[in-house]
Each structure stands twice: as structure tokens, then as C-alpha cells.
Design a protein around this ligand. Sequence first.
Ligand SMILES: *Cc1c(COP(=O)(O)O)cnc(C)c1O
Length: 452
Amino acid sequence: MPERPTDADPRPPSSDGPSSDGPSSDGPTNDGPSNEALFARACAVTPGGVSSPVRAWRSVGGTPFFVARGEGPWVWDVEGRRYLDLIASYGPAIHGHAHPKIVEAVVAAAADGSTFGMPTEREVLLAEEICSRVPGCEMLRLVSSGTEACMSAVRVARGATGRDRVVVFEGCYHGHSDGLLAGGGSGVATLGLPASAGVPAGAVADTLVVSYNVVPEIGDDVACVIVEPVAANMGLVPPVPGFLEGLRKACDAAGALLVFDEVITGFRLGPAGASGFYGVTPDLWCFGKVIGGGLPLAAFGGRRELMSQLAPLGPVYQAGTLSGNPLATAAGLASLSMLDAGAYEELGTRVARLAAGMAEALASAGVTAQVPVAGTLVGVFFAGEPVTDYAGAKASAGTGRFPRLMHGLLDRGVAIAPGAYEILFPGLAHGPEEIDAVVEAVAEVAGEMAPS
Ligand SMILES: *Cc1c(COP(=O)(O)O)cnc(C)c1O
């Protein structure tokens, strides 16, 4: 097992075990394989032992735990340890785990058949629901992952404009398709990769990577600018005032399309996502995570005239065997049905409570940190000033403090994503009591970190 990286703190990590809010035995009993044993087996049959790279804990050290089950804000590992889960599948589990309404919807759907390759009513209902919540999004198509949504939105933009060039922002993440990985955040940043081997130069020849929060020059060869309206894959970096408005103007002036990648912000920041929250309307949207209610489902959409470029109406091809999957649409509809104005208000209140508590805990321990908030989104940086771009996010990660925070929290039964470039995902299952337990754990961990 790799050593955990530590920061300059000379004190050893806490060894007094979990607090009363932490691991407990009221979950699965420890009669199956251990985390270590499962990870060893996993590593033998899948690269790094995981289905997605950040899950391997490479940047934070240690052995990942294997989840046996989840319920509400909690997950239990195969050894019976319980964690307050702020990973929440990186966003989809906004209602917590195994929400009865979602479980019921999925079970009922499964009993009626799980895939047909023929149209179903719930696809219509979900598309109607999404379009009715997001002004300007007139048509959409369902896909199975955010990667597909972004890839397809860019294809529509290129098809509609007859141009090839795509502008992306350093530190944003739009999935792992060839042309969009350049300069990416999330796992690409976590692993310190420039982009990826296996991506031919030709695939990124038309991708222009520029700095987040600065409106770039847009040439008349640009098909689209794709942006996370709130960057949430390099930690949380909100747009500075005027950035999104500036992008809208610059795209209009150049005849380029503006694509909002709302895979994280969509239906989390509010009923109309970031476009509603900031009052800037893109030409195309990418959705994912929350809209699938925990099942593989994503979507891209936009103005009718643009989406009409898609086959069978137009020349832009896109397809998917499991697109609009009956189980996924059932989960998505159940999830959205619980996301009314009151839910967002409640989530905002909890996020504010968490952010204020964390900021106070870190500050009073003398740990230099930022706890950025954008509506219902929250992150943490080890920085003296608010972070506005990828360089700032990298500097924060470079302090080496994140692994200490993550493992310290884990020792206290709080799970946050194992990468310095991920945000926290408190959801509607995290009540005030759970939020306060997280804050208390942060205070304890901060107390063990060297002031900085
Ligand atoms: C997660 C994410 C994606 C990719 O979605 P997958 O479902 O993992 O393919 C794309 N864009 C953003 C902003 C994301 O956070």
C-alpha cells in the first residue's frame, strides 16, 4: 500500500479512530472480502483496480474502500464502516442514496422491461420536463453519459456553423472524448496529465485552450466555445462578473455558438441551471449527472433550429443503443419531480451552512484556505485569495494539503472525493445534523494541520 502523502505537519495523523458520527457497525457485517483484498483482485483484472481513474486514490494515497451499499447521506463499505458521503457519485446522488421514490420508480420500470430500442413515453416526459425548466432549450436528445452529451453538442455546433474550431477553457472538463480532453480538469488534472496518450494531433488540431474567466478573442473560424458556466472540475471556480456575458457577446460577434456544459450545474444550481442562475442563455446545453437520478443518462439540447441539424432531420449523425433507457428515464423523472424551488432553497441553505462552518473551522486553526460557493455548489482551496483560474487551482493542489484533509475526514467517517480538483457534493439528504458533523470533522482535521 502506498504511503499517504503528508504536508509539512510534523504531527502524526489521528489514531484514535472514528468519532461517534463516523464509522459504525450498523451496516453490512464484515464477513465478506476486505477492501484490501478486493482492491488487489480488482487491480489484477482492471487497470488501477477501478472503472474511472480518480477512484484509485493515486493522488491521495491509500487503498480505496469498496462500497457495499448506500442510504440517504451514508455509504457503508464492505467492512461495515459507515461514511457520510460528500462524493455522491460526483453529483448524481443529489437526493442521497437509494431514495425510496427513485428506487420505486426504477423497480417498477424494470418490471416492464429494461430496454427496447424503441420509443417510450418517459423519454417524451423527461425531454418536456427539462425543456420546460430551461428557457431557450427547445429540443434535446437523450444520451447515456456527459462525455457523449458534450461530444455530440460540439458536433452539432460544427455541423450547424460549417466551422471546425472549438474553444475550451483550461481546467474545465467535458468528458473524455478526443477533441475535448486538452487542458482538462478533474482526473486529467488530478493525474497531472497534459491531455492523454492515444489522442492523435489531428483530433486536437482544432481545439484552442484558453484561460478560464478571461473572455478570449473569437475568430470567425470558431464553431463554438464550450464552457462550464461554473467550473467544478478544478475545484470550484465561479465565473467572475462579466465573464459569461462577455462570452455571449464575443460568440455573437464572431457567429460562433456558445455551449454551456451544465453536466454538474444543471438542475443543481437551480431549476434552470447556470443559464437561469446567471441570466446568460447559451445556444446549446449539455446535461448529465443529476438528470439521471443515479442511472446512466445525459442529454444535450438547444434551439430548435440547431437541434434540427441532427439525424434524422439533418446531416449531423448521432445515435445510441441505450439512449433514453427506460430505467434511466424513470429515475430521472423521479429525481426531477423532487427538485422544486423549495428543494433548491433548502440545498442552498445547507451549502451555505457547510461553507461558513468549514471556512470558520479552517481559519480558526490558522489554515490558509478558501471555501468558494456558487449558489448550491461548494469547494475548498488551500489558497490565500479566491481562485479564478486553473493556475490558482494547481497552486492549491500543489500545497499538498488536500490528501491530509481527505484522509483526516475519512478517519472521522466523512468521505470527500479523492482528488484536489473535485468539489464537495452535499445534497438534500444531508440535513443540518450531518452538515454540522462534517464541519466538526473539518475542525478536528484542521486542528491537526500545521498553520499556514
Ligand atoms: C462529469 C462531467 C462530464 C462527463 O460526464 P460523464 O458522464 O462522466 O461522461 C462532462 N462535463 C462536466 C462538466 C462534468 O462534470
